[in-house]
Design a protein around this ligand. Sequence first.
Ligand code: G
Ligand code: MN
Length: 370
Amino acid sequence: MTVTGASVASANALWFLMGPMDTKETVRHLPVYKVPFVIGRREDLPLSLPCKTVSSVHAEITESGGTLVLRDLGSTNGTYVNGRRINGSVTLGENDLVQFAECAFRVCLQAGVHNTETVCTNVCDGAMAMVQFDKLMAERAVTPFFQPIVSMLTREVLCYEVLARSRLFGLKTPKEMFHVAEQLGLEAELTVMLRWEGVQASRVLQPIPHLFLNTHPCELAKRELIPSLQALRKHAPDQRMTLEIHEAAITDPAYMTEIRTALTNLNMGLAYDDFGAGQSRLNELTEYRPDCVKFDMSLIRGIDAASPQRQQLLASLVQMVHNVGIVSLAEGVETEAESQTCLEMGFELGQGFLYGRPLPATAPEADSQR
Ligand code: G
Ligand code: MN
């Protein structure tokens, strides 16, 4: 992707306008990804503000010696910095409050935006990914994919895991989306949005399916998870939902106890994701009892041809989970032989390309007129 004009991203930082500051709209993070960065009502501008009080070409930001310089372009209702109408050019600093007529933004400098090895070549792509990320969040431009979770024995589809995808350049996969989200500290916001849109998109399926929904470790670290689940339950009172938590995310026992209680009260299940990939924290299995343990695909792939010791170890873990009344799920099953071995070991549920790839939800023909 090419960006015309000079980039104002320095080696490891990028300027942003954060806003709007005074409405209930989603807060946006708009990278000043090129200079001149022209602001106005016109749609083809780097920052287009569809607001009647903003002039069609209202103001511009340029760069001088690494700092941003703001200039009003003869707008009708004026450009303000920290409440003062500006004449001529004004240098902008971090945390300045900038207003284009009635649209207010905070100026911020985001450090650590680019890795040192990607400095020159990818700086524009990085900035463009930021522009796209703003669009992703503001327009909720995600396409949730659904991967079936089946009964190992009957192959009947019992639930679906929601997986994040989008059609935006540089943000197609969860890895790409979360890479940008982490730079902006918006991992929790992105995850909350993905769960919500997953629930929303699943409504075309009949009957409305039981969903497995992912969490991000920072939601637990920042103790932000529970309110978003309460909102989701309110939005979908009757939908069956199971929350996936990565065992490595469990760092605060007190908060995990709160989450377990909240999930029970909200009639949501709990699954441990990627079990066996990291620490395999066995204590937690009884402490905050999950309803389901998802065994990581690294334990499953090639299990049919693995050594008897490895097979025995996995079979014992499945048995142990079963003995405490928890359902076991094999992730990443790709072949019939893996599936057969997992079934013999006592796995109750399976997920993987053998049973179904992640796909967007489409309404069945017969239900499409609903
Ligand atoms: O960490 P978590 O279990 O939430 O991630 C599931 C990921 O695994 C998804 O990105 C999904 O596309 C991928 N996946 C699902 N089934 C298979 C499979 O059978 N094989 C492989 N290699 N990947 C899979
Ligand atoms: Mn998962």
